[in-house]
Write a protein that binds this ligand. Structure first.
Ligand code: SF4
Length: 378
């Protein structure tokens, strides 16, 4: 089978004015949400057990056979408006075999078709397996929430169930930093994501500084929401979150792209402090606020079962399987039939906003009908 029949040519480079993962692009282009992004979970194995891990409850020590790669490639080929793929886990590169037999073919397919690609990794393994991705990968996405190895040790093994020595953690921390630095030098676009949570909210400027030292091209900042592993962790107040973002904006390097996502602050808010922050974010140089892709332009496929989800953490049950259904068809059913899909489906053109993430709406805005609101003060 030729895997390049829908070649879309050389895509525009990824930058603050071109973020192909943002669902507002396809909403503007087609006048409605379309499937443009497919995320694939290629492993549930990981060498870490982070306290905030979105898929923590799914992590295992041994895993079953995967669905045939050909089936996955065929389903991707059928997605008419595919613009991006993301590969996630666990740690996707945990087994070299997964890198060689699954990840590289998926990335090659994407590159041939002119589709952008991202991998979520902890970068703590040997350089060689990441180096193999260099010719094909667009974005290497890592989590970075630390000011030193002590933070890494506490956060990264909080759920390991057995003690992990500081020495062992230290080796992994050094590997991550060295890998990030070397891969950046070798031309990889590394996007480091930090969470705003009870641990990090006063340390973000220092975390930002270390991310720049590693040579990362983008700093992503997302609030941490209570899901799966993170369910029992303290929730930060909206006030502390706003303060943390202002502090980070004051301290950051304005030459480096900073991407905020899943923020709980909207241009339709009646709160003056929310309005002030939204307006500052719009004016800052090299700052973007990505709309949430989950269920808007993206689905997640579990590569072991073929089940399709709206997010990579399965708070909302699977609503289709690629064994017998096309991804575009599964997505259309979600958009037109699922009650949750409609609940946050608003759009304010002037605010560049297409509504809250499902978890955000559930956590902070249970009684708010976003569809009856409109952006103000813009
Ligand atoms: S799109 Fe929805 S959440 Fe965004 S500003 Fe408009 S009403 Fe508010």
């Amino acid at each position: 089978m030729s895997m390049s029949s829908i070649s879309q040519g050389e895509p525009q480079s990824i930058s603050p004015v071109n973020d192909p993962w943002d669902p507002i692009r396809s909403l503007r282009q087609f006048g409605r949400h379309r499937l443009t992004s497919v995320e694939m979970t290629v492993t549930n194995l990981c060498n870490m057990r982070c306290e905030h891990c979105a898929v923590g409850d799914s992590l295992v020590l041994k895993e079953p056979e995967q669905i045939p790669l050909d089936l996955m490639l065929r389903r991707l080929e059928e997605v008419e408006h595919l613009e991006t793929i993301s590969i996630t886990g666990g740690e996707p590169s945990f087994r070299l075999k997964t890198v060689e037999e699954k990840i590289i073919p998926l990335l090659k397919y994407a590159k041939e078709r002119g589709v952008r690609s991202q991998i979520n990794s902890n970068l703590t393994l040997d350089y060689g397996r990441y180096e193999k991705l260099l010719p094909y990968l667009d974005v290497m996405h890592i989590s970075f929430n630390y000011t030193d190895v002590k933070d890494f040790h506490e956060v990264g093994f909080a759920r390991s169930g057995h003690p992990v020595s500081l020495e062992a953690a230290s080796r992994m921390y050094d590997a991550m930093i060295n890998n990030a630095y070397r891969l950046s030098q070798d031309g990889m676009f590394i996007s480091a994501e930090s969470m705003i949570n009870y641990r990090t909210h006063r340390k973000l400027p220092e975390i930002h500084r270390l991310i720049l030292e590693m040579g990362c091209k983008r700093h992503e900042v997302h609030p941490m929401y209570a899901a799966d592993f993170a369910e029992g962790l303290p929730v930060l107040s909206l006030e502390d979150m706003r303060a943390a973002i202002h502090q980070l904006l004051d301290a950051r390097d304005p030459e480096v792209w900073m991407l905020f996502g899943t923020l709980p602050f909207f241009a339709c808010s009646f709160n003056a402090e929310d309005q002030e922050l939204v307006s500052r974010l719009r004016k800052e140089k090299n700052v973007t606020v990505r709309n949430d892709p989950d269920g808007r332009n993206r689905v997640n496929v579990n590569m072991f079962t073929g089940d399709v989800f709206v997010t990579d953490f399965a708070a909302i049950p699977s609503f289709g399987n690629i064994a017998g259904q096309k991804l575009d068809d599964i997505f259309e059913r979600w958009i037109s039939e699922h009650p949750l899909s409609g609940s946050v489906n608003c759009f304010c053109d002037t605010a560049n906003c297409c509504g809250p993430n499902l978890l955000v709406a559930d956590m902070y805005y249970k009684d708010t009908d976003f569809k009856s609101r409109k952006a103000i003060n813009l």
